[in-house]
Ligand binder design. Structure first.
Ligand code: NAG
Ligand code: NAG
Ligand code: NAG
Ligand code: NAG
Ligand code: NAG
Length: 397
């Protein structure tokens, strides 16, 4: 008997080990930094300022094509110090150059890539991020620098079309000065899941807790650029429908009303997040949300324009020494089975300490629910009736 118990425990352990080993062997990717995603691993020939040739495998774990250069913090060029977002190394992509890394993915799953980027000398620098064989790609415009540090983190999401893929970063530019071109650092990937819709709230991911990877020790948040497809959003449920980005912030570096994450709206009307929520036509609803400041010395006043169906309300944040946020609501009557809710910042705010980093009001905990209690009481009575009926049937059987 004892033997059998031990035997079964042992077989459980064996099974567990086999599963873990298989997973390991399959190279199932872990959420977080890609292998040498921070470009800090020393190449076999040592770090050097020499440009890497075509098809070179000189950057450990990455493939490159075109002029790809490992740069070092403090490195100067034409009197200008190159920006290395984190650590002491990053890569720079010359005209039409690209780097890529193969990653294991799960077919059909949604992934978000997070990376840091800075521009060097050209004004119109941009990056083309893609993940073949998935046909999706996004061009990230690096013209607007959102933070005074000179670099930002961005996220982009895609659906895996196969069990593997490549993360590709390409500089589509053709500058006269071939040494111009974007700098990339800290590449991470995260498998996203779509949160379940809560019963009492029509908004998906209204607390913004599910979204792109954020490094625990990077303090600038992550910019979410334009993305009109809610099926492949780095912020599940939401779209960024403006041509400028909004900032995804964490509670380790910013004031967040609830949970660990929230959205900071930037650039006035040029930074809009929205979601289509399910509603019942002609019913009264109430949208409530938290409105606050991010604790980043953003110059007041802070205000949002909040939209719910045909209602739009301009709501000012009232500074309160005891709290970093307040709650606000918008009442509306649904006109259709899907209702748009959206937010943008009323003002163009910058930080009062550096006068140039973009900042703005924080939105969190967005809820849309039928207003008034009558419906839920009726619902409860209905539920009781149904349970009673089921019990009755069981007794009969
Ligand atoms: C490098 O890129 C060029 C054009 O962008 C392409 O023709 C060539 O096949 C690529 N080389 C490798 C090794 O991928
Ligand atoms: C990015 O590059 C891919 C492959 O070269 C191309 O098909 C795609 O159109 C580019 N995307 C954008 C948004 O420029
Ligand atoms: C952030 O953490 C990673 C490992 O988690 C480390 O390699 C890196 O040096 C850290 N960066 C900073 C700026 O502390
Ligand atoms: C902050 O809290 C203190 C003590 O609870 C209270 O006396 C004060 O009025 C509050 N201040 C504001 C602005 O609400
Ligand atoms: C919305 O309706 C609720 C009652 O259902 C009321 O308490 C609240 O003040 C209303 N909000 C606004 C902004 O009118």
């Amino acid at each position: 008997m004892r033997r059998m118990v031990w035997g079964s425990t042992r077989s459980k352990w064996v099974t567990l080990c086999v599963i873990l080993l298989l997973r390991f062997a399959a190279g199932q990717i872990q959420d977080g930094l890609l292998i040498n995603g921070d470009f800090e691993t020393q190449p076999s020939g040592g770090f050097s300022n020499e440009k890497l040739g075509d098809g070179s495998a000189a950057i450990p774990n990455w493939k490159s094509n075109g002029t790809v250069e490992l740069i070092e913090s403090g490195q100067k060029q034409g009197g200008m110090i190159l920006i290395v977002p984190q650590g002491s190394h990053a890569v720079r992509l010359g005209n039409d150059a690209e780097i890529s890394q193969e990653v294991r993915l799960e077919k059909g799953a949604l992934y978000a890539v997070t990376f840091s980027a800075a521009r060097t000398c050209a004004q119109l620098e941009s990056l083309n991020v893609s993940a073949p064989p998935s046909g999706a790609s996004q061009s990230i415009d690096l013209q607007t620098v959102y933070s005074v540090q000179g670099w930002d983190s961005y996220a982009w999401a895609f659906e895996a079309e196969d069990d593997g893929g490549r993360m590709v970063f390409r500089n589509p530019g053709m500058e006269d000065d071939p040494t111009c071109g974007p700098v990339i650092d800290d590449v991470a990937v995260k498998k996203l899941f779509t949160p379940e819709k809560p019963k009492d709230n029509a908004v998906l991911n209204g607390d913004f807790e599910e979204g792109a990877w954020m490094f625990r020790n990077e303090s600038l948040g992550v910019l979410l650029p334009t993305n009109l497809d809610d099926e492949t959003s780095a912020l599940p449920g939401w779209i960024v429908e403006s041509n400028r980005a909004v900032r995804y912030i964490d509670s380790y570096h910013f004031a967040v009303p609830q949970g660990k994450r929230a959205i900071e709206l930037l650039s006035g009307k040029e930074g809009i997040i929205s979601q289509m929520v399910q509603t019942t036509p002609n019913k009264p609803y109430r949208m409530s949300f938290s409105l606050g400041h991010a604790g980043d010395s953003c110059k007041q006043p802070l205000a949002v324009m909040a939209f719910a169906g045909d209602q739009a309300q301009n709501i000012h944040y009232t500074p309160n020494a005891n709290s970093t946020f307040q709650t606000a609501d918008v009442n509306f009557t649904a006109k259709a089975e899907r209702t748009r809710v959206a937010f943008y910042s009323v003002y163009y705010n910058t930080r009062s300490d550096d006068m140039s980093s973009l900042c703005g009001p924080v939105v969190d905990d967005v809820r849309v629910a039928l207003s008034g209690a009558s419906r839920s009481v009726l619902g409860r009575v209905g539920w009781l009736l149904v349970s009673g009926f089921v019990l009755f049937c069981l007794v009969l059987v």
